[in-house]
Design a protein around this ligand. Structure first.
Ligand code: PLP
Length: 400
């Protein structure tokens, strides 16, 4: 009998977290490495939010809370949905968890039986397939092709739906492509789903507040209110409020679903930290102006990175609508030879070459289910981005 369960053989550790480990190792060995791998804002949590956390500790909010979160937090979430998305949820329809990640995990664990299918557009956030597999579901991939802006069409979606489809998982703006669906594009998808009453929508809106060039963010339950009773709307404070380490995400949907997710959570983490919950109330109810400021900085960085990457020989980079990632194609360098004679056979080989030759850490597209691409996170300073993109240009220029 082996110690480790067979469940582990179905999944792999998060490749983006692994890259963080590899970069730390190289840095410890004295290498000059720029990491463009991390999926978190480089800003500090705004001071008013931190102060709310401190007040929570000093005021003794340090005991267990209700499993789906305090009433104050769930009310703040309902107010946010009404104010920003025109969605009307009651606190009983809301669950707060340890990050958006645990909301997704709870939802899959609460709903999937072996053989149930989840439609996952590619390129996808690395954790989706493994969470679905852990819950014994089957991911069904639909390619968001580059020529379609890394988005799936209504026809693609229709073709992927089977009698076993339980969920369609949408993520807009997307990690890793930065692509975001317009209202019309979403409406085309929700129209298909409306026709299939057994299919539910799980929408991961984590990057809602990071969109550019006046892009109007919309979410499926808002675009098609008739779908609200089959939709789980997921969001969180990690990205918009620079609170990745606090661990708070939330989901809203039909009460029966939220109750089932709460049972799963009651037998794992119980709830996220009481201190975090108070800080998140301040994040959601307090001043929102720094969101605009962060967005402006991200947009400058996006423009720099897109422009410099498009000047690298063999790389082509689309301008994304949101998030803080670009997903350039490296098709033009595949088959070329590095100075040491090694052939760049795929996106993984290209990313290894970038790390070894120029000390730039990026994540290969294979980790996100769509090759030959790589993901760059531009949540870092303009100086570092300029340096990194210069190195990528040099690395590409050395290929023959
Ligand atoms: N969803 C997407 C698309 C993400 O990129 C991330 C984090 O990288 C998450 C969910 C999870 O965020 P958190 O668990 O920090 O709320």
């Amino acid at each position: 009998m082996t110690l480790i369960s067979g469940r582990l053989s179905r999944i792999k550790p998060s490749p983006t977290n692994m890259l963080t480990g590899k970069v730390a190792e190289l840095k410890a060995a004295g290498r000059d490495v720029i990491s463009l791998g991390a999926g978190e804002p480089d800003f500090d949590t705004p001071a008013n939010i931190g102060a709310a956390g401190i007040r929570a500790i000093e005021g003794g909010s340090t005991r267990y809370t209700p499993i789906p979160g305090t009433m104050a937090l769930r009310e703040a979430v309902c107010t946010k949905f009404r104010r920003e998305n025109g969605l009307d949820y009651k606190p009983a329809q809301v669950i707060a968890s340890c990050g958006g990640k645990q909301v997704l995990y709870n939802a899959f664990m609460a709903t999937l039986d072996p053989g149930d299918e989840v439609i996952v557009p590619t390129p996808y956030w690395v954790s989706y397939p493994d969470m679905i597999l852990l819950a014994e579901g089957t991911p069904v991939y639909v390619d968001g092709r580059e020529e379609n802006g890394f988005k799936i069409s209504a026809a693609d979606l229709e073709a992927a739906i089977t009698p076993r489809t339980k969920w369609v998982l949408l993520n807009s703006p997307s990690n890793p492509s930065g692509a975001a669906y317009t209202r019309d594009e979403l409406a085309a998808l929700t129209a298909v789903i409306l026709e299939h009453p057994h299919v539910w929508v799980m929408t991961d809106d984590m990057y809602e507040h990071i969109t550019y060039d006046g892009f109007e963010f919309t979410t499926p339950a808002q675009v098609e209110p008739a779908l609200a009773d089959r939709t789980l709307t997921i969001n969180g404070v990690s990205k918009a409020y620079a609170m990745t380490g606090w661990r708070l995400g939330y989901g809203a949907g039909p009460e029966e679903l939220v109750r089932a997710m709460t049972v799963i959570q009651s037998q794992s983490s119980t709830h996220t930290s009481s201190i975090t919950q108070e800080a998140a109330v301040e994040a959601l109810n307090g001043p929102q102006d720094f969101i605009e400021e962060h967005k402006k900085m991200f947009q400058e960085r996006r423009d720099l990175v897109v422009s410099m990457l498009n000047q690298a020989d063999g790389i082509s980079c689309r301008t994304p609508e949101g998030a803080f990632y670009v997903y350039p194609s490296c098709a033009g360098v595949i088959g070329r030879k590095a100075p040491d004679g090694v052939t760049i056979s795929d996106d993984s080989a290209f990313c290894t070459y970038l790390l070894e030759s120029e000390g730039v850490a990026v994540v290969p597209g294979v980790a996100f289910g769509l090759s030959p691409y790589f993901r760059i996170s531009y949540a870092t300073s303009m100086e570092e981005l300029e340096d990194a993109c210069g190195r990528i240009q040099r690395a590409c220029g050395s290929l023959r």
